[in-house]
Structures are given as C-alpha cells and as structure tokens.
Design a protein around this ligand. Structure first.
Ligand SMILES: [Zn+2]
Length: 229
C-alpha cells in the first residue's frame, strides 16, 4: 500500500492555500497531463511564463519555491530573462514527465515506471546522469517527497510509513505512484462536461466517491429528480 500524509498544502500568491486533500484533488496529476497535451507544439518563453503564472495563481508553485530561488535569485535582484526561462523550462519539463507517465499508465504500461532496468528504453524522461540506477517513480519521490510515520487510526499505537510531499510536484508523483502500485483506475465525474474531473476507484483516504464536488453532486441529484417527474 502507498499512503500519503495529510496536511500538505501549497501557498498561493494572495496569502491563501491550495490544499489538494481539502479540495479532493485526487485527479490533479491527470489534469496536468491533459493541460500538457493541449499545449501548442511550439511555445515562446513568454507563453511558458504566462502558463506558469496562471497555474501558480490557482495552485501555487509546482516546486518548493525556496529550492528554485536558492539557485536562481541569490543576488536578490529580479530574475533575468534567462533565469526565468530556466524556471519556465523546469516547469514545462515536469509537466511533460507527468504527461508521459500518465500516458504509459493509460496504455497499461505503468509498471515500467517502477522498473529501473527499463530506463534506457525511456530516454524521453528528464533523468539526470547521476541518478541512473533508479526507476522514474523512485527518482521523483526522492526529489519531491520525504517519508513520514503516521497513525492510520487515532486510537492505534501502530505507525505506517507514508509519503509526505514537500512540494506540489510531490503530491502529483505520490498520486502517480499510488496509481501504479495499487492499480487505481479513473472514471469521469457525472458532471465531466462542466467540471472536467475524474474520480479514482479509491481515494488516498480510502473512500469511494461518486462526484468530484458538492456542486456536481447537487447537479446530478437535480438531474435525477427532473427525470423522475
Ligand atoms: Zn464533477
């Protein structure tokens, strides 16, 4: 079993938080894959930064922002165009890796993401040469999560090992890991045409859900009521 620690949230610019647990963003990784697929083939640096800014406004930074700042703006001045491009490409490369991982999972080949040996067959992921002996998922988890020990039940004295995301990218890769290890499958929410959300057969909190949100639940029950008239 893969457990994810509750309580991770990403701060967003206007001093609020994006809390993927609270907002039940169990399909966040799959939506990023969808957004990546919809991108035009060629993007200018400016277009990349616009996408990144729009994303950050809603969900906060994909990475631990300190991690990026320490390497790119130590001098304390505004980021140069080149630095901004580096940050932008890091963002885009991560989107691409997420999208390719989801594609493999959807094609029924998700297990290769846990397999270190097949790495050479997948040169399209952003491996660093110093990390060659790990599977893609273990690399991503090393990069964006840490391990914690949690009580699954308040009354229990036993602790279980769980992944703690250290950034939004960690939340995404923890979900991908869970999908592969536990064969999580997704179906469209009843309001998919409007909300665009998918529902896992089992959420990280161990629940089965029928709608992505209260809004879709209400819409579905209204629809049902009107069809019964
Ligand atoms: Zn919905």
């Amino acid at each position: 079993m893969v457990f994810i620690v509750r309580g991770f949230r990403q701060s967003i610019p206007d001093s609020e938080y994006f809390d993927p647990w609270e907002s039940q963003n169990w399909d966040f990784h799959r939506r990023i894959a969808g957004w990546y697929r919809e991108l035009p083939v060629h993007l200018t640096t400016k277009e990349v930064s616009t996408r990144m800014r729009n994303f950050n406004k809603l969900y906060g930074d994909l990475f631990n922002s300190e991690e990026i700042n320490s390497s790119f703006s130590r001098v304390g001045s505004e980021k140069s165009i080149i630095d901004a491009a580096v940050v932008g490409s890091k963002f885009l490369v991560e989107w691409r890796d997420i999208s390719r991982a989801i594609q493999l999972i959807d094609d029924g080949d998700g297990q290769v993401l846990l397999d270190a040996e097949v790495q050479e067959a997948m040169p399209f992921f952003s491996y660093k040469s110093s990390q060659v002996s790990n599977s893609l998922i273990s690399l991503k988890l090393q990069q964006y999560t840490t391990v914690d020990f949690v009580k699954r039940l308040k009354t229990s004295s036993n602790r279980t090992m769980a992944l703690r995301p250290t950034s939004l990218a960690g939340w995404v890769w923890a979900l991908i890991c869970r999908d592969v290890v536990e064969n999580i499958t997704y179906t469209k929410c009843s309001g998919f045409e409007i909300c665009g959300r998918e529902l896992p057969n089992l959420t990280p909190s161990g629940k089965m859900i029928l709608h992505c949100s209260g809004t879709c639940q209400k819409r579905a029950s209204r629809k049902k009521a009107s069809s019964n008239l």
